[in-house]
Each structure stands twice: as C-alpha cells, then as structure tokens.
Ligand binder design. Structure first.
Ligand SMILES: Nc1nc2c(ncn2[C@@H]2O[C@H](COP(=O)(O)OP(=O)(O)OP(=O)(O)O)[C@@H](O)[C@H]2O)c(=O)[nH]1
Ligand SMILES: [Mg+2]
Length: 211
C-alpha cells in the first residue's frame, strides 16, 4: 500500500456544539485545529501517504492557505461525517483514503501504519480505530470504535452513495455492510487521550491545557 493513500482532514461540519463556529479554524496551541490534523497526517510513520486534502464547506480561503486541495461536500444539507467520506471517496486520486476529524489534535502518529497493516492482513474493505471511551470511563479501560478515523478503499464509493441516497446517515451501520478491521489502540505505550475530541469550546480549552 506504499504511496497509495490520500489523507483527508474532515472539517465540513457545522460545529453546532461550539456555537456554530468553523471548528477547523479554532486555534489549538496557536495553530488552527485543521492545520494540526494536517501536520499529524504528514508526520505519520511509514511512507504510505501520497498526499492530503481538507474537506470543508466554509471559509475556503483560510483552508486553502494550509497548502492542500480543499474539497467541499458533494452532497448538500450537512448529513454528517459520511458526507465527508463520500466527498473524499469521489475525489480521492489514490486507491485508499484515510480520514481524520479536525477536532482531535492528539491522534496517534502510527494511525495509518496500524490501520493499513490490519486492512491488508484481514483483507478488509475498511479499517477503523478503537480507542478509550473517556466519557463513559475516565480510567481509559473501556474502548469503542472511533469511526471517523478510517482507512478505506475507494471502491466503497458506490455503496456509500446508495446508502446516503436512501436517507441513511449512521456511520457504523454503513460500515457494518462491509468487511471491517477494527484496530484497538490499547498498547501500554498508547496515549489514552489520543482520540479525545473537542466538541465545545470548553472541551477545546481543557484539551489544550492538559495535552
Ligand atoms: N463534510 C461534512 N463533514 C461533517 C459533517 N458533519 C460533521 N462532519 C465532520 O465529522 C467529524 C465529526 O463531527 P462532529 O464533531 O460530530 O460534528 P460537527 O459538525 O463538527 O459538530 P456538531 O455540529 O457540534 O456535531 C468532524 O470532523 C466534522 O467536521 C457534514 O455534514 N459534512
Ligand atoms: Mg466531534
């Protein structure tokens, strides 16, 4: 899979829990959240990444200034993260797409490596991370799928088109139609807060303080 993956930062949401601001442009340690996510894509271990893009629907010039192509949603009405997936699958120039959300600036630097290894070993259509569910269990012992951290084959495009056209929205229900490799990030050296995401400004400030 060397050199055959495009990394996509998902920043197309409405940020309603953040008061409707453009979440990807909110500063985290002096840099916009989307720029953090992009930087972490470029510093992924291994050499599988061919290029990157950002999925955004507002303030496009600000995202373009981050130096990669900006892809706006190919479907309207903000149906959720799957709109970002569909946009990526349609425009992706490589056989595989890796998505990361813009609001989780601490995600693992070996994300792509571990998802790709599992995808290949299990001959899966998509691989997704499972990380600690800190809301349910602050000790970090309980894990749950983190479906927006997903490595997938662009061959899934038609399936997702049909799913969204049928009015479906739920990400895990769509994934369950395919061969899924679930990759737990539960090694002793894994940061339990790697998948922490900021949905409110208070969560963003807390993440910034504690990181
Ligand atoms: N392209 C696109 N991405 C979305 C959409 N909704 C959510 N996302 C992205 O999916 C990821 C997870 O989204 P959430 O944090 O649940 O949603 P959000 O829209 O950012 O914020 P809320 O409105 O507060 O739920 C983020 O990276 C969002 O940018 C959408 O309608 N279109
Ligand atoms: Mg979120």
């Amino acid at each position: 899979m060397a050199g055959s993956v495009t990394g996509l930062v998902l920043a197309g949401g409405q940020g309603s829990r953040m008061g409707g601001v453009d979440k990807g442009l909110q500063p985290f340690r002096g840099l916009p959240l989307a720029a953090h996510a992009l930087q972490r894509l470029y510093t992924q271990a291994g050499s599988r990444l061919d290029g990157c893009a950002i999925n955004a629907n507002r303030h496009l010039a600000a995202y373009e200034a981050m130096g990669v192509p900006v892809w706006t949603d190919v479907v309207s009405d903000h149906p959720g993260p799957l709109a970002g997936f569909l946009t990526g699958l349609r425009l992706c120039p490589t056989p595989y797409l890796l998505t990361v959300p813009c609001d989780a600036p601490l995600y693992p630097l070996d994300l792509l490596e571990r998802l790709a290894t599992a995808l290949e070993a299990q001959q899966a259509d998509l691989a997704l991370a499972a990380g600690p569910d800190l809301e349910a269990d602050p000790t970090g012992q309980t894990h749950r799928p983190q479906p927006v951290f997903c490595l997938m084959s662009v061959g899934l495009h038609d399936s997702l088109t049909q799913y969204l056209e049928a009015g479906e929205r739920k990400i895990t229900t769509w994934m369950a139609r395919h061969r899924v490799a679930l990759v737990p990030f539960d090694h002793p050296q894994d940061d339990p807060r790697a998948f922490a995401n900021a949905n409110t400004l208070a969560e963003l400030r807390a993440l910034e303080r504690d990181a």
